[in-house]
Ligand binder design. Sequence first.
Ligand code: BTN
Length: 320
Amino acid sequence: MRTAVLELLKRNSGQYISGEEISQLLKVSRTAVWKHIRSLKQAGYEIEAHPRLGYALRQNTDRLLPEEIKTHLTSKVLGREIHYFSEVDSTNNAAKKLAAGGCPEGTIVVAEAQNTGRGRLSRGWFSPYGKGIWLSVVFRPPFSPMDAAKCTLMAAVAVNRAVNAVAGAGCGIKWPNDILCNGRKVVGILTEMSAEMDAINYIVIGMGINVNIDPHEFPGEIAATATSLAAVAGCQIPRLKLFTEILAELESAYNTVKNFGFAPVLAEWKNQSITLGQQVDVHGIDRSFTGLATDIDDDGALLVTTASGVARVLAGDVSI
Ligand code: BTN
């Protein structure tokens, strides 16, 4: 019913519509109308209330509110259950709790801000209010836990497609799953898994996309390495459009993997890669070295040719 009230307000495009009219059109009491208006306001919609004229929706919100997402959603499974937070510690933490509690595959968690957003290798993730997409998706894939690392590459391919389509940004993927524009990071992906020896309980793929952040806002050392899509494109990027495009591309890539295996996605990763063919510095868990990044293998490991042979890199940091 809240959605129906919202639809009426939207259809009236900024003009007032009386509580009486809404109650008649939707066949609910005036009190019910008032309650739904209050709940829409609490959710973040700017609605003006006039004692004689009624209610008017002031502007189309740029917030990633579930009602807005659902209106534009084209994916069928991803986003069928949406958990929205104005602020949360980390969308990955929230998604993992939901996944452990049995939520369906495709459940998403989205927040306007994260106060302890998490990055790879125990780093933090800068997640200011309303300026990015801080999103986690729950998957329950029928793959072996050995294939989990490749899900991260799958996500990078999907998000890269979406950012290039919506922001026209000319981005590429740095191994394993950073998305860079003009040498600076615009997207980071954090994949977390719960599994038994031979089966995955769930995978949470968390994506942080710097959408409309002014580069001056990046704190400390991030400022030297990060940028935003708006900074690259030279204009504000519609977050909602990008958000639903990401879900559509992620669902399409996931379906490809389920139907045909990882090979097509790995081939696309190679095409979108900015790492292959480059001299790279590898900072692994127990070793650091330099070499030429030549390929990724069927497991998604980066192959680096060094003076002493070909090194297979499965985890760690790679700088170009
Ligand atoms: C990286 O270090 O590159 C990965 C960054 C991942 C950030 C995203 S934002 C949404 C989700 N929630 C988190 O706490 N982290 C991921």
